[in-house]
Design a protein around this ligand. Structure first.
Ligand SMILES: Cc1ncc(C[n+]2csc(CCOP(=O)(O)OP(=O)(O)O)c2C)c(N)n1
Ligand SMILES: [Mg+2]
Length: 253
């Protein structure tokens, strides 16, 4: 049989040139890989690879610098928005974004995140909310849903003992410095497309000097949730989305 020559230009789908060939450490089904892909595509399509600086967190995305080919700075746990503030103020022509989990952005880093938004820093925070401390073994986070079982709430989160979950996106929306706050997901192809548009809009707003943007992505952690990837997507839709409702929360024109 004659060999079929596969030419790049004939492929319907190809991965972004910004996604490096390193094997990802994420569990199968994890949302992080999908969001990485979208960020890489947006940066490539906007032609801003050489002027993008990303700040990576502590959490499962700690090795994000191995996967997306832009300049990265590693921040201490929760401090990404403070580090990004410094980078953006020193290099205002650059796109500066953070990439943070819920434990990072809205637990240990609450103060840094809220105040960067309040100051109206021209940065974008991409916020991966899987309602759990994924990297360390699935402990309860502030974002954990009521009744949700985690390593530290084996009988489900009980508000009398563990308090209530909170929505940092809605909190940030009250701040004058925050101009674009949106909540997305990547659990269906349609949601992946919407999420990509939101990331692009946030990056464009930031380059235009419009203030602080938060792109929250309601995400799965199938290892932490102890569910298969397919069951995790269903669980997200039935349990996460009624509480973390999708859509734009604030969009200052
Ligand atoms: C100062 C500090 N405190 C605690 C830890 C332990 N730690 C590492 S990752 C992590 C949780 C990360 O969770 P999240 O930000 O939600 O990211 P995910 O892994 O779920 O994507 C914690 C508590 C640490 N590395 N440094
Ligand atoms: Mg998390």
């Amino acid at each position: 049989m004659a060999e079929v020559e596969i030419k790049q230009e004939n492929l319907v789908y190809s991965k972004s040139n910004l996604i490096l060939d390193n094997v990802m450490h994420y569990c199968p089904g994890c949302s992080h890989g999908t969001v990485h892909k979208l960020i890489a595509e947006v940066i490539e399509e906007m032609g801003i690879q050489s002027k993008t600086v990303a700040v990576s967190p502590v959490g499962c995305a700690v090795f994000a610098y191995n996967y997306i080919d832009v300049d990265w700075i590693e921040a201490a746990h929760g401090r990404a928005c403070a580090v990004a503030t410094a980078v953006k103020r020193l290099h205002p022509e650059n796109l500066v974004f953070t990439y943070q989990g819920d434990g990072d952005l809205s637990a240990i880093g609450t103060a840094e995140s809220i105040h960067a938004a309040a100051r109206g820093e021209n940065i974008v925070a991409v916020y991966i909310n899987n309602a759990i401390y994924g990297m360390t073994g699935g402990q309860m986070a502030p974002t954990t849903l009521l009744g949700m079982k985690t390593a530290t709430t084996p009988y489900g989160r009980d508000p009398r003992l563990n308090g209530y979950p909170y929505k940092i996106a809605e909190m940030m929306a009250h701040l004058d410095g925050a101009t674009y706050i949106t909540r997305q997901s990547v659990h269906t192809p349609a949601n992946v497309r919407k999420c990509k548009k939101a990331i692009r809009k946030a990056f464009e707003n930031s380059l235009a000097g419009k203030g602080f943007s938060l792109v929250e992505v309601v995400a799965t952690c199938n290892s932490g949730w102890k569910l298969s990837p397919v069951a995790s997507n269903k669980w997200l839709e039935e349990n996460m989305l009624p509480f973390y409702q999708l859509g734009d929360i604030k969009d200052v024109k």
